[in-house]
Design a protein around this ligand. Sequence first.
Ligand code: AMP
Length: 187
Amino acid sequence: MSRGLILVGPPGVGKGTQAELLNERLGLVHLSSGEIFRAEIDSQSDLGRLAQRYIDEGRLVPNGITIEMMAKRLRTGEVRRSGFILDGFPRTVRQAEALDTDTDDLQLEITAVVSLVADEDVVVARLSERGRADDDPETIKRRIQVYHEETRPVLDYYEKQGLVRHIDSDQPIEDVHADIVRSLGHD
Ligand code: AMP
């Protein structure tokens, strides 16, 4: 069975950076729902046009569309062979439940959920420096609110399955990476 990791944390906590480092170290395929949406927007597909409205407002793209998009990416041979890291998905309990069904069907296994933790001031400062279109102050505020309301319950969902490892993300990138690797038992 191929293994899978999930990175969870508020916007700006460093999920993308850590997912890239884990991809380099462990060879797991990095699937970022935000990046997939941005690529769809760039290619002006129907999905991209639909997603953009939500992303620009700092709201979540509807569950059905997001679940279907990620299920398609999980079905690839590369994911089956190499395993995967999910960055930015699931962001709602409904997405987590759908993911459980999909991974069962595809004989993939979620082996750990890494929860990246940092002070809100730190993540807001990081986002403001990044300069992405959805990183203006109003949208950042909305995204953090959405995180607390919709995504925090996802951590409780995985806590019940005993999968969550909490990592202090308010340290240099390499130290965060080392802590994650240690928590996975890959020293
Ligand atoms: P990210 O790059 O992960 O910060 O995602 C950027 C934006 O894409 C988010 O603010 C949402 O609007 C949208 N998005 C990314 N992942 C999801 C998801 N799992 N469910 C719904 N919307 C998402």
